[in-house]
Design a binder for this molecule. Structure first.
Ligand code: DP6
Length: 320
């Protein structure tokens, strides 16, 4: 067993969203979801046993921060595998934190990889996905690269992600950083509220159909269909938030302006669609042939925003 284990995981963007829990404690979702792992944003995490510490400690981007969530996560291994002493977790996020780019996905996937290495667990990727899910639902998908499906399952054993299409297709994603400030409603809280919407059961039913159509669109590399389905699924997800018992909205004026702009680009014949997570940032789905034209149009029309171009990326890597 090495003394320090390091793991790297990339973030992922759901094309069919996870937005509701059947079991809050275990992060068992109400729907299956499907995502693209991105090459651009990632988290690298190192772990080591450190008996001089009084408790599990988290250093994030060179600062000591609250380790409650990490401690809770490590306790799963303590109760399921074997008890162990305090762990020092040193993590670096190459993701704009808490701006809806789901850094919790790459963080808990990297932490899962590092801890399973530290404990010499020799887990299958699907078993790692199951642990990562307990840290943060979307982390279950960041174990794998390219296109990944998280079959909702019905209990702790059966709810994990697996590779759906392990190939880089002609798809591109432009991330518009509308805000890098902290989000108002965490995804954990947001999805619980969304489940109170009268539109929720319809969204769940539609999501199951969209998932099947998304699988076909990806298999046939039909990016237009991928974009149209992802956009419908995401916009309907945000409508749940606006119609929940305590209505809330992640969109800002800039989010709305970007959506309108992208939809106009599509009307003018460019391949361009939006998807949005638990924050104001807009991710724009396009293809390799269109990405530079679209990027230029976006930069010209939104000179104050930062844009990143991403493609499909790789899954978890553990270095002993
Ligand atoms: C909108 O995985 O962050 O990005 O399981 O409570 O940690 P918890 O939630 P989280 O939710 C992600 C929600 C989303 C959609 C998605 O990634 O599928």
């Amino acid at each position: 067993m090495s003394d320090i284990i390091t793991a790297t995981a990339h973030t992922n963007i759901a094309l069919i969203k996870y937005w509701g829990k059947e079991n809050v404690e275990l992060n068992i979702p109400t729907t299956s979801s499907l995502s693209m792992t991105l090459d651009k944003f990632y988290t690298t995490t190192s772990v080591e046993f450190n008996s001089s510490l009084a408790q599990d400690t988290l250093i994030l981007n060179e600062k000591e921060v609250d380790a409650t969530r990490v401690h809770k996560f490590l306790n799963i291994f303590r109760s399921e595998v074997a008890d162990f002493g305090p762990v020092l977790v040193i993590s670096k996020n190459h993701v704009p934190t808490a701006a809806g780019l789901a850094s919790s996905a790459s963080s808990f996937a990297a932490l899962t990889g590092a801890v399973s290495g530290l404990l010499d667990l020799n887990l299958l990727p699907t078993q790692m996905s199951r642990y990562a899910r307990r840290g943060s639902g979307s982390a279950s998908r960041s174990i794998f690269g390219n296109f990944v499906i998280w079959n909702k399952g019905e209990d702790d054993d059966s709810s994990y992600a697996e590779s759906f299409l392990d190939a880089d297709i002609e798809m591109s994603m432009i991330v518009a950083e509308v805000s890098t400030g902290a989000k108002k409603v965490s995804s954990t809280v947001g999805m619980q509220l969304a489940q109170s919407s009268p539109l929720y059961s319809k969204w769940q039913e539609d999501s199951a159909k969209q998932l099947e159509n998304m699988k076909k669109a990806l298999m046939s590399e039909d990016i237009e269909q991928v974009g149209l389905i992802a956009q419908d699924n995401a916009l309907a997800m945000h409508e749940l938030n606006r119609t929940s018992s305590q209505p809330f909205d992640y969109f800002t004026d800039e989010t709305r302006a970007l959506i309108e702009f992208v939809q106009n680009c599509y009307k003018e014949g460019l391949l361009a669609f939006v998807t949005i997570d638990a924050g104001p940032n807009v991710k724009i789905i396009t293809n390799h042939a269109t990405e530079q034209i679209l990027l230029k149009k976006l930069k010209d029309n939104f000179p104050n925003l930062a844009f990143d171009l991403a493609h499909a990326g790789s899954g978890l890597v553990i270095n002993a």
